[in-house]
Design a protein around this ligand. Structure first.
Ligand code: WTA
Length: 650
């Protein structure tokens, strides 16, 4: 990331899909002209635009200043008093929505629970009283390490109700990861469960917590939700069963008016160095943008059955399973388990049974669906769907087309949403009734969001010239700092490109002003002085019918600076060989050009991924460069993948 060289972008895509006329006619934003007007107006006065959106929420006291900006520290709606739990729950109870389903939950083994807004409100109030009983007060931190059950959302909303700051630790993390996060956050309480179900087997959560709390001096109590029913050790005085302690409190718990900048949550995410970064989000601004984007990007309406498949342990689950949808009074589907349990059609079965209308998932999941075969979705009636979305990484045009044709039957717009843990909400995305979609691009920034593609020195890139994706004006749901580390916050996000927020993505903007995310800048490779986005080469590989998934990394090369190494998994039934390698090299050359032709292609059964499904290119880079992996592998989901790759190497 040290040189000011622009990133070369070489993939071109010419297919354009305008919103279906019937969809556009009924949408919140009905035409591209309307979007452009809205955008232009928002850019004339960004704070005024967001002030209008904040007015959609219920405030106990109005702010006196919309934005206080001391670069790089922002405060939004200063002086305002608000409570997120009130906005997600109480506000709906005075309307017909009181008996509307808030959550429709399905456990992996098949049980179903529906919680109306009234029922959810009651459970949140009760659990908030449990928190109080255990000595938790506004400003305290509470760690949540739970399966994807309604009680996780209940615990989040209970924290928000009394002003405790939650930090959710994804249920796949180890005891060491829990310990480090709990200690960094100085958490007073941990809420966990006996275990979680994953592909039919139990992941033992309480055991990991027991191990972690041996070295977490700040933790006073542990609340344990009974999920799997397996035997766990309970330490008297410290550990409390959820179902027991909840019976000792009543259901009356008024929402506390909190300062707009009150810390809502800390979410740890990995940086380029070892120690995870504690991304801090606060209250009023965060909810304003999460609620606004949920409504606009998903064109949400009261009749929708909305399903975002993300685990709540990731930011997508925070903003688009819980806070954004509930602030809009939506009906949200929650599914606890794996997409291929008990069969490869579990997701499609859920969509059919609950008549899901909006489906939001990740490209990595879509590529898995493709690999498993279209017979699984084809078995089910998916006609309830009206909108599809993706998030988390660039979606290659082939996967986009498959999603559109096989899942959306060519009827449903697709919103490719770009954002980050740090941005808190979606920043770049089509508006489904307004923006003509092009496979592979997140299209345009949302109203109120000023983004650009610049060179290292901050000057604007030309159309189609690759550069650094930056945000040029503070936005309400931006991270406020890294927990307890203002210096690292400045260094990580505000030092690379003077005056702008930069968090690692390369991008180009095409002649229509659409943003093409080219992947992380640290995933950029430099071949003979040409910097290429690995995502583009991967897209080219995946567009070949034999390829299911591909990861491309650079390895040192005497002649070219870097050579391109590709790790490729094949479609079911296909086998690799030298002939196919040559075919794929020729295919990439045809799609992009000779400079992008992989030097090495290695066929493998699976790629190493993090628990959130991101390919761990760093490991592949090490493997491609030196033949061994020495670096940190704590976030790797399945270690056997790495072992397998090592064996293949030998
Ligand atoms: C990548 C997930 C291309 C990007 C919400 C970003 C994307 C990182 C997209 C953040 C997209 C996310 N197109 N790339 N639509 N969405 N990314 O923090 O590299 O888990 O910087 O937040 O994912 O990942 P995070």
């Amino acid at each position: 990331m040290s040189e000011p060289v622009a990133i070369e972008s070489v993939l071109s895509e010419t297919r354009v899909f305008p919103p279906p006329p019937e969809f556009a006619a009924a949408a919140h934003v009905k035409s591209f002209d309307e979007y452009e007007q809205m955008y232009a107006e928002s850019m004339r006065d960004i704070p005024a635009f967001w002030e209008k959106q904040a007015g959609e929420l219920e405030w106990f006291e109005k702010w006196h200043t919309v934005l206080e900006w001391n670069e790089p520290f922002a405060k939004w709606f200063v002086g305002g008093k608000i409570n997120i739990s009130h906005n997600c729950l109480d506000r709906h109870l005075t309307t017909w929505r009181r008996n509307k389903a808030a959550f429709i939950w399905e456990g992996e083994p098949g049980e179903q629970r529906t919680l109306t807004y009234l029922q959810l409100h009651r459970e949140v109030c009760r659990f908030a009283n449990v928190l109080k009983k255990l000595g938790v007060t506004a400003g305290d931190r509470v760690a949540l390490y739970m399966p994807l059950v309604p009680e996780l959302a209940i615990a989040m909303l209970a924290c928000a109700r009394i002003g405790a700051t939650h930090t959710i630790i994804f249920g796949g993390f180890s005891a060491d990861a829990i310990r480090d996060r709990v200690n960094d956050g100085g958490c007073k309480l941990i809420v966990t469960a006996d275990g979680a179900f994953r592909r039919g087997t139990e992941v033992r959560l309480k055991d990991a917590v027991d191990e972690a709390v041996k070295q977490t001096p700040t933790v006073e109590n542990v609340v344990v939700y009974r999920r799997t029913g397996s035997k766990v050790a309970m330490q008297p005085g410290r550990d409390h069963w959820w179902h027991e302690i909840i019976e000792t409190v009543d259901a009356v718990c008024p929402a506390v008016p909190l300062d707009s900048e009150h810390p809502l949550y800390i979410l740890y995410t990995s940086g380029t160095t070892g120690k995870p970064k504690g991304i801090l989000h606060t209250t009023g601004g965060y909810l304003t943008q999460a609620a606004f984007t949920t409504k606009m990007v998903f064109d949400l309406r009261d009749e929708d059955v909305y399903w975002c498949t993300a685990d709540i342990g990731w930011v997508t689950g925070h903003s688009y399973v819980v806070y954004g949808p509930l602030a809009n009074g939506a009906t949200v589907v929650m599914y606890e388990g794996a997409p291929n349990f008990p069969g490869f059609d579990r997701f499609w079965d859920i969509i059919e049974r609950h008549r899901v209308t909006i489906f939001y998932t990740a490209p990595t999941a879509i590529r898995a669906f493709i690999k498993w075969g279209e017979e699984h979705p084809l078995k089910h009636d998916l006609s309830s769907l009206r909108l599809l979305g993706t998030v988390g990484e660039p979606i290659n045009p082939e996967a986009w087309m498959w999603y559109r044709e096989v899942i959306g039957k060519g009827r449903c717009p697709i919103v490719d949403t770009w954002w980050q843990t740090e941005t808190g909400s979606i920043m770049i995305s089509p508006l489904p009734g307004a923006t003509p979609a092009v496979p592979g691009t997140a299209t345009r920034p949302l109203p109120g969001v000023m983004v650009d593609v610049v060179k290292k020195d901050g000057t604007k890139c030309e159309p189609n010239e690759g550069g650094y994706l930056v945000v040029k004006h503070p936005w309400p749901s931006m991270l406020r700092t890294l927990w307890g580390d203002d210096e690292r916050y400045k260094e990580a996000y505000w030092s690379e490109i003077a005056g702008h927020y930069f968090a690692g993505d390369g991008a180009r903007r095409d002649e229509r002003g659409y943003f093409w995310i080219m992947g992380r800048v640290d995933d950029v490779i430099n071949v003979s002085g040409h910097r290429l986005g690995t995502a583009e080469i991967e897209s080219a590989l995946v567009s070949h019918e034999a390829v299911a998934e591909a990861a491309v990394v650079g390895r040192p090369d005497e002649l070219k600076g870097q050579a391109i190494a590709a790790f490729v998994t094949l479609e079911g039934g296909r086998t690799g060989g030298d002939e196919l390698k040559e075919t794929l090299r020729a295919h990439v050359q045809k799609e992009i050009g000779a400079l992008a032709k992989p030097d090495d292609i290695r066929f493998t059964d699976a790629l190493p991924k993090t628990r959130s499904g991101k390919i761990m290119r760093r490991l592949l880079r090490e493997l491609a460069s030196s033949g061994v992996v020495a670096g940190d592998v704590t976030t790797l989901e399945d270690f056997s993948v790495l072992e397998k790759l090592r064996e293949d190497e030998e």
